[in-house]
Design a protein around this ligand. Sequence first.
Ligand code: AMP
Length: 388
Amino acid sequence: MSPERSVYSPERVAASPFTALGIAPALVGAALHEGYVTPTPVQCETIPSVLAGRDVLGCAQTGTGKTAAYVLPMLQRLDERRLPGVLRALVLAPTRELAAQIAGRVTAYGRNLGLEHTVLYGGVSQRGQERDLSRKPEVVVATPGRLLDLMRQRLVDLRALEILVLDEADTMLDMGFIHDVRQIIAAIPKQRQTLLFSATMPAPIAALSRTILSDPVRVSVTPRTLAAETVEQAVYFVGRPNKRSLLTKVLTQGGIERALVFTRTKHGADRVAKQLVRAGVGAAAIHGNKSQNARERALEAFRRGTTHVLVATDIAARGLDVQGITHVINYDLPNVAESYVHRIGRTGRAGAVGQAISFCDHEERGLLTDIERLIRRRIPVASAVRGG
Ligand code: AMP
């Protein structure tokens, strides 16, 4: 089933920074539909290079927006010259979950294009995938093992492939797929565009990239590592079930004018915001699942001060420009230590002292250690909250 089309007004599309990166209106419309306002750093660096036909070697972790960084320009290049019925782009991913997630992004970003695409992974019967392949997709997202099986049965033909993407190449290496990957690549024309993304660059991946990429543009999202000096940091050790009540206590103890609360998931952001509202704290959640209007309304209320608390995921908070945030609260610690630095950098700007409060449950101890190693200091443990 093709998703509902979403075409935005020419003015909205023209004003979008994605347009400035060279993205065509149909795809900008899809990005707007997703609630994307500002391209992430990896998108700013990757999109123009992919559109120009260059190979890319990207050092970027999940959560940086890397999927859109390659899917948007890849779809655009395919759409510029349509060849229905020809398999022209392949995205390889290490796990079934990631492959399914990427395929979901292809559906979302391609919603206005009507490009046939499918996802192939192991662990399920091949029958349905054979049926999908008989529809002659132009784009395939696959895990290496199942793809190789289907290639051996001559159910997939890569001879006309134009674009190859390897996502999470280092995980493919860890999972022992590198040999399969090499075999797959051997069946693809040399004359092609290749994009390789990896969070880390172990020697075998660096070697692979040298053999499969030609004069690549290197993209790496280097996070800031030094925590702003003007931010007072503290951590509460708290059991997961008690995080909710601790948050309400912290937020109602006074002195909090504008707080940004970070959760790991969109779902978590919604839950936390609802629970705060029930406890009488003016709060709203913002994340990519919300419509653009809902996001803008929530932001405006936060800027005006009618809502004191905004609950967000890392991605949703990106590009958020709100002055005078007095507190950043890490309801969940980020999986990637660098995100901690980005998060707390939201407060304490322009010489004002800000506070960063982190909740750390038993399972997050390791994440806290990573953060402390990165910022090269211990975060002081907070004393009990009044009334708690
Ligand atoms: P990724 O790193 O590709 O796994 O993306 C992580 C999350 O960021 C996904 O949920 C995307 O929907 C979201 N995302 C990607 N690009 C943007 C953007 N420019 N603005 C807001 N969210 C984005």
